[in-house]
Design a protein around this ligand. Sequence first.
Ligand SMILES: Cc1ncc(COP(=O)(O)O)c(C=O)c1O
Length: 418
Amino acid sequence: MDLALATRLSLADFHGPETDDPLAPPPDYLEWRAATTWATGLYEKSLLGPPTPRTELDVGGQRRKILNFASYNYLGLAKHPATIAAAKRALDDYGTGACGSPILSGMTDLHRELEASLSRFLGRESTMLFNSGFGGGLGSLQGVLRKGDVAIVDQKVHMCLLDGVKLSGASLVAFEHNDPASLDAALTKASGKRRLVIVEGIYSMDGDTADLPQLLPIAEQHGVQVFIDEAHSILAIGPKGRGVAAHYGMHDRVAVQYATFSKSFAGVGGFVSTRKETLDYVRYYANPYGFSCALPPAVVASVLAGLDVATRDESLRTQLADNADYFRAQLRGLGLDVGRSTTHVVPIVIGDNRELLYGLQYAMLSRGLFLAPVDFPSVPMDEVRFRASVTAAHTRADLDEALDIIARTVVPALRRAA
Ligand SMILES: Cc1ncc(COP(=O)(O)O)c(C=O)c1O
């Protein structure tokens, strides 16, 4: 396959059942992979240390010191002494794994303590833990929606929510991103059906927030409840870190709050918080909950410690917001397109030139900067990008060094390509 053709193709082109054997990938996929190792080699890179601002990465088989803007360690809790000590204590006391589904034998007093702490933190009646963030989003929706229901989702919501709706058998209707008129039309069209509106707190590819002040009144006019995915916003935004709904002073008007432990909590897993009656039902119908092992106690303990550290005061969130504001403003000053971002998730939009995206990734890595590339179909074809995850742990020197590398690589390349 020649390079020009390979560059035009993407993962979206190889999803058909082209072979007789489901275990045999499409031959043109294999050809495409072989022709694009220069790009695919940039995915699944191995960190050789913690997901902190200064760490080490395997770059072409070599151990390299890098400045990391690719990890979701938003509050720097991955290496916080309190989260590490709590995990170590739990390892000693409870062993490595939970060794059972939460329904049968995997639940411990630590899991119950985390459920109660999260419910208190969010002022909600009940909380359910999942061993995966993805499974939590999927399971929460699969647990409540049924065939005949209509899930009305912002077009930019995460795959786990789309998969949850699909698995539930409900119909999926997407409204234009953050567009109240489009939401209104979708709700009107589905009137008479059981409906649920689904949005994200911070959109993971764009770094903007759900426009709740516009959207929520529309949902309320239709008498429809809202489910929010606070994966990137929990602990990171809003008073005490309660998320985007709280940030807009609309916490009590959003019925269901779901989030993951993989980002600001620097662990793994997820949770959903809402009315007790709802979750007492969902526990028995969310397959990723009932048919999968509970979180390891050491993870639960580190999440509990992280919750304590992050809610003690506002300092980590203030640092995060200051760092993100500075980084975004400097990128804009360099003439770069950071899209709609208003948060610590900061895209640098390259456009439709995917060869340039990957070329720049190599150039930045060779200068010691690790930023995640995001290609179609995860983002629109003409908006491929880098996504920078700014954290509270980045120092001003880290931010400036990254900006300098970006100024010396991305800026001239985009100017040349224009
Ligand atoms: C918005 C959103 N929801 C859910 C998830 C799934 O979370 P996890 O990675 O913890 O499985 C992600 C993951 O990146 C996400 O960005």
